[in-house]
Design a protein around this ligand. Structure first.
Ligand code: PMP
Length: 286
């Protein structure tokens, strides 16, 4: 008997079950999941799992894909169609398929996928034990990896959009700006110093950032790679952000604090002009 999956309203052979490549689960980890045990043909603690699913969905500001009653009916169908007595049902809900862009899509239908598999039943009398090691808890702390686990970035970008802003600059526990949700952050201090955070595991070392540092060095513009505080950002004379999609984008206001005269500052203008030359330079293309 072939394994069956549930994908967006259809029961399909597991081997051919697929979601679109622009599903936000695949692109951004913009989704949640649950796994429920089937023991002796019964779902164990299903309401606990479905309560947690609702809580996780609410945290992502996503509506449940269907009523709890309907979800339970799909789970039962999956158990039945896969003839599972002891096993697991996995349930994944994502924000659905949309053109790749961090903010929530204006219209999207969440994707719902269920898979099931057989597992040996729990043996309370099993002999022996397993080995465990300890590790530092680095979860959500490896911003230097260009990972598709972008859920925090997505939620931050959406907060920026909700506040009428283009980008959110993220702040670490010590009050220092790390970077934007999809760009690197730069300021020119009141004293005229060009600053961007040093590249460690707290930021993605942007390729645009690196190109600009090279251009600044070539042009004799003084800069420092160090963390700056939110207060320094508010008091900055100029600021801009960089990325492959935003290039060099001047920042007019940070948390409502107007920088300079609210126009592109002189150093930002110089750097933007050097970057424009870099884009056209024969040596910068592969
Ligand atoms: N930081 C983050 C979190 C990003 O997603 C991006 C864009 N990919 C950047 C910085 C800028 O990197 P790059 O200049 O390589 O586009």
């Amino acid at each position: 008997m072939s394994r069956i999956a549930y994908v967006n309203g259809r029961y399909v052979p597991h081997a051919h079950a697929a979601v679109h490549i622009e599903d936000r689960g695949y692109q951004f980890a913009d989704g949640v999941y649950e796994v429920t045990t089937i023991h002796g043909g019964r779902f164990i603690d299903a309401d606990g799992h479905l309560d947690r699913l609702e809580r996780s969905l609410a945290a992502l500001r996503m509506a449940p894909p269907m009523s709890r009653r309907a979800l339970k009916a799909v789970m039962r169908q999956m158990m039945r169609r896969n003839r599972i007595v002891n096993g697991l049902v996995y349930l994944q809900v994502t924000r659905g398929v949309a053109r790749r862009d961090h903010p929530f899509p204006e219209v999207s239908t969440s994707s719902l996928v269920l898979t099931a598999r057989h597992t040996p039943p729990f043996d309370a009398a099993a002999a022996g034990g397993v080995d465990v090691i300890t590790l530092p808890d680095t979860r959500w702390k490896h911003c230097d990896i260009k990972s598709v686990a972008l859920l925090a970035n997505v939620l931050g970008k959406q907060e920026a959009r909700d506040a009428g802003a283009y980008e959110a600059w993220l702040v670490d526990d010590a009050g220092y700006v790390t970077e934007g949700t999809s760009s690197n952050a730069w300021i020119v201090t009141g004293a005229g110093e060009l600053l961007t955070r040093h590249a460690d595991s707290a930021i993605l070392n942007g390729i645009t950032r690196q190109a600009l540092l090279g251009l600044a060095a070539d042009e004799g513009i003084e800069f420092a790679e160090r963390a700056f505080t939110v207060a320094e950002a508010h008091a900055a004379r100029e600021a801009f952000l960089t990325s492959s999609t935003s290039f060099v984008k001047p920042v007019a206001r940070i948390d409502g604090h107007a920088l300079g005269n609210g126009q592109r500052g002189p150093l930002t203008s110089r750097i933007a002009a050097y970057y424009a030359e870099h884009l056209d330079a024969p040596g910068s293309a592969a």
